[in-house]
Design a protein around this ligand. Structure first.
Ligand SMILES: [Zn+2]
Length: 315
């Protein structure tokens, strides 16, 4: 029996909103890659700036996230995929390898269509290869997912218009990714970001399409690793660790607490939406950029240099 992934309500179908991917095959690939994935934990020096309140009001109000949310919500077609960033070089974007797209109708779909005769009951499992075309990179990424036939609501002919009857729908198939390997970074991870934090964030990325609640759970674990990095005592538990952290940086602490609640929902209730998760990733992108790239510090320094240089010229 096929099983829909949690949170699989993304079909743009106005009629059914139903998703029935081939769960057994998808879960096989998911678990295979989850446990086959190499891990490489490392250590980084602890920057003092995060823990001494530097990540404060100015930083949160003057910066904006760079994560392109639409990249992670767009469906695919047989001819093209969203312009996902290459996981190897991070400079190129991925595009379909010609003729690599393969789709197969599921057994359940065939059985249901036989009974109902409705095109919207048809579902597919698909696989395809993507390739980076930047320079000599050539990285290849496998993607698997599900396809579903939806009604577009277009008219079949002018004759129907003249008759004044209801329009007959046209149909198209929408393809939604469930898993990519190697998985792409959904936002830029600074080189100085400790591997233990990167590892959890990338685990969250891998689960984004397949299981939003589990993805939120890995996001929560990344907060634990962040608190480790800031040397907030582990025995306190995450809630009190963030409260402790907030004593020095209440603005950042507020955001971290929101992420903790999101992670709690994912761990205990399994009803995290993709939008909630994308919100969480956006906040995390900002946090790691500020902490490890010191984006606001760099821009502030540049602004001061420009002011100093040009104010002196006017005098
Ligand atoms: Zn590349």
């Amino acid at each position: 029996m096929n099983q829909a992934p949690s949170g699989a309500t993304w079909w743009p179908s106005a009629r059914t909103g139903i998703c029935r991917p081939d769960g057994a095959e998808i879960l096989f690939w998911f678990w295979f890659y989850k446990y086959a994935a190499p891990t490489a934990l490392g250590t980084n020096a602890v920057p003092k700036s995060f823990c001494d309140g530097r990540l404060g009001q100015l930083a949160f109000e003057s910066s904006s996230a760079n994560m392109k949310r639409s990249l992670w919500t767009q469906p695919l077609t047989k001819q093209s995929s969203p312009a996902w960033p290459c996981p190897a070089c991070a400079s190129g974007t991925l595009a379909f390898v010609p003729n690599s797209f393969v789709e197969k109708e599921t057994v359940e779909s065939k059985q249901t269509y036989k009974i109902l005769g409705e095109p919207e009951s048809i579902t597919y499992t698909f696989s395809a290869w993507l390739k980076c075309s930047y320079g000599n990179c050539g990285e290849k990424v496998a993607v698997i997912g599900v396809g579903k036939v939806i009604a577009t609501g277009a008219l079949d002919s002018d004759e129907e218009l003249n008759e004044g009857g209801p329009p007959s729908p046209e149909y198209q198939t929408i393809y939604q990714p469930l898993f990519c390997w190697p998985m792409l970074d959904m936002f830029e991870l600074p080189e100085k970001c400790p591997d233990k934090i990167k590892l959890e964030l990338q685990a969250g990325f891998r689960l984004f399409w397949l299981d939003q609640a589990a993805s939120a759970g890995r996001l929560r674990v990344s907060l634990e690793r962040l608190m480790d990095h800031c040397r907030v005592p582990q025995h306190l538990g995450l809630h009190k660790r963030i409260e402790k952290f907030s004593e020095k940086d209440s603005v950042a602490g507020e955001k971290l607490m929101a992420l903790k609640w999101l992670g709690n929902t994912g761990s205990h209730q399994s009803n995290v939406s993709r939008d909630d998760l994308l919100d969480g990733f956006e906040i995390l992108e900002f946090l790691v950029a500020e902490l490890f790239d010191k984006r606001t510090d760099r821009v502030t320094k540049l602004a001061r240099q420009i002011s100093k240089k040009h104010k002196s010229r006017r005098k």
